[in-house]
Design a protein around this ligand. Sequence first.
Ligand code: NAG
Ligand code: NAG
Ligand code: NAG
Ligand code: NAG
Ligand code: NAG
Ligand code: NAG
Ligand code: NAG
Ligand code: NAG
Ligand code: NAG
Ligand code: NAG
Length: 561
Amino acid sequence: MQKMTSTFLLIGHLILLIPLFSAEECVICDYFVLVGEPTAISCPIITLPVLHSDYNLTWYKNSTATPVTTERDARIHQQEGLLWFIPAMLEDSGPYECHVRSLNHSNKKTINLTVFKNDNGLCFNGKMKFEQKVMSTNTGKIICPDLEHFKDEDNNQPEVHWYKECKPGFLEDKRLLLAEGENAVLIHNVSLEDRGNYTCRMVYTYMGKQYNVSRTISLEVKEGPLQMRPEFIYPKNNTIEVELGSHVVMECNVSSGINGLIPFWQVNDEDVDSFDSTYREQFYEEVMPRGLAVSGTKFNISEVKVKDYAHKFFCHFIYGSEQFTAYIKLERPAWNMQGYLIGGGVSLVFLVFFTLFIYKIFKIDIVLWYRDSCHRFLCKKVSDGKIYDAYILYPKNRASCLYSSDIFALKILPEVLERQCGYNLFIFGRDDLPGEAVASIADEKIRQSRRVIIVLVPEPSCYSILEDVSEKQLAMYNALIQDGIKVILIELEKIQDYATMPESIKYIKQKHGAIRWKGDFSERSLSASTRFWKKVRYRMPSRKSGSSSGLHLLPKDFNSP
Ligand SMILES: *[C@@H]1O[C@H](CO)[C@@H](O)[C@H](O)[C@H]1NC(C)=O
Ligand SMILES: *[C@@H]1O[C@H](CO)[C@@H](O)[C@H](O)[C@H]1NC(C)=O
Ligand SMILES: *[C@@H]1O[C@H](CO)[C@@H](O)[C@H](O)[C@H]1NC(C)=O
Ligand SMILES: *[C@@H]1O[C@H](CO)[C@@H](O)[C@H](O)[C@H]1NC(C)=O
Ligand SMILES: *[C@@H]1O[C@H](CO)[C@@H](O)[C@H](O)[C@H]1NC(C)=O
Ligand SMILES: *[C@@H]1O[C@H](CO)[C@@H](O)[C@H](O)[C@H]1NC(C)=O
Ligand SMILES: *[C@@H]1O[C@H](CO)[C@@H](O)[C@H](O)[C@H]1NC(C)=O
Ligand SMILES: *[C@@H]1O[C@H](CO)[C@@H](O)[C@H](O)[C@H]1NC(C)=O
Ligand SMILES: *[C@@H]1O[C@H](CO)[C@@H](O)[C@H](O)[C@H]1NC(C)=O
Ligand SMILES: *[C@@H]1O[C@H](CO)[C@@H](O)[C@H](O)[C@H]1NC(C)=O
């Protein structure tokens, strides 16, 4: 079949290209015709039926000496170089020879004619088809071949009728069009469904008789270049994470079946170079196999700025009357987990240390503030049954001494702790009644106190500590060991040597330290908000709401200025 096709195609080409006598001929010159239909065969070595030229062409049947007749009403005859069968019969199959003679040249060629019958139930013979190809998605053409010798008396081409798989009507598909004057059918937007067996047929009238002239074409659809609708390869409405200040190439690729698509970038409803003059777009295009093309545009963001995170970058292209859009959005990278953990851990440790540090520095103020607010908002405390907030123990000084422990204990302490802070103190020498037994009073009063404040002075010689040592020691013993009463040591002056002090005082000093009085007797030193007094207040119990202002206390012999 392929051979026959090539024969016909070859003839078609020779008509245009090859001069009168040609060495290029069909090798196996196969012709075929449906039984009962007419056919006209041209000699393959003659490429043009040149009437005026000085050569004689003669057809012979099967190398007999007698040429085929030129009688026009004979069923088989030759005329103007053509061998006619009107119509062909099955027995006409076989070889025919054409002889060409000119003055000093001679040539001959044998052709083979096959007269065939249609396949059962079909309007064609499956082995006798012309093969034609069209490309999908393109516009294709089916040509009804070798009809050029079949003209009516007015030299007009009779009408050609078309059938697909022997059925008419397929031309109703709007994609299919009869090509006027071409014996062809145009197919727009060829698809695979257009494959098939097309039969074209016309009615030829010769000597008053009508004959069918039909050809069958097997149409093959080759996959043509994809005439695809352009689409974005990238971006895909996606987000990318980029660090501030980093370099990004913003690329937009569009794939399409056509060249010349021009994508372009926009951001914030303006061109990117208006948005930032350093964003210079660069257009590029790459032609791919099968007629595909990738069109692209890109620009560099050499340093990502904060404003770049604020907008979507849109890539557009226009195809037909439509605008297509895809965007890309820049985002700051999410916190990287490791960094977060390390950073968080360090921060946490730092925070803890900082908090401890702050607490250490402001511990006293914080506690005092807390007590104060607690007092203000009336945090109720269960009564512990004690009367005094502190029992004051101090050495009675002799007249000649520098240290005024009397003044401190009898005037300054009450002024600050009682008058300003609202504590209730028991001060020996102020609150005891004359004649009471010192030891028994001390014992009882300490039990009724929440704290014991011991005022210390550096020079034992200056004071008659011994005067009431046993009393003190007894009291302290009770306080420290039995009742767990807290003891506050106040040094009126720096004490270098605790060696001479009683054991219990050494013990307290070692365990809880002592508070040193640095003030004088000025008014400033008498303010409860000085450091010294804050320290003392810190060690003092928090005031009971009930015992705060003037219930038990009130200085008895110290009247404030
Ligand atoms: C054709 O010629 C061959 C010999 O060349 C002969 O055997 C054959 O019978 C001939 N056929 C016809 C149809 O004349
Ligand atoms: C062609 O044939 C005719 C008659 O048969 C003859 O007169 C003529 O000379 C021939 N021409 C050539 C070129 O052979
Ligand atoms: C015939 O041959 C001669 C020389 O051999 C040549 O000059 C002449 O052109 C030829 N004629 C044709 C018609 O080919
Ligand atoms: C002619 O064609 C027929 C059928 O196609 C084939 O059987 C035969 O061998 C051919 N003859 C020649 C000489 O090519
Ligand atoms: C064309 O005809 C052949 C028989 O010759 C058949 O096998 C084939 O299926 C037909 N093609 C289509 C597309 O119907
Ligand atoms: C061919 O396809 C294109 C695009 O798919 C369409 O616009 C056009 O109308 C089609 N042509 C015909 C004749 O159907
Ligand atoms: C032409 O072919 C058609 C369909 O096969 C048939 O109906 C019609 O009779 C034929 N015409 C002639 C003149 O053979
Ligand atoms: C865009 O197309 C160009 C050229 O084909 C290619 O080099 C580049 O990698 C593509 N970029 C993306 C993001 O697809
Ligand atoms: C973008 O930056 C690259 C280097 O990273 C450079 O090669 C390229 O030329 C730049 N393109 C444009 C359009 O500035
Ligand atoms: C991408 O976004 C554009 C504009 O917002 C929208 O027109 C388009 O349909 C989106 N494309 C996809 C694939 O979601």
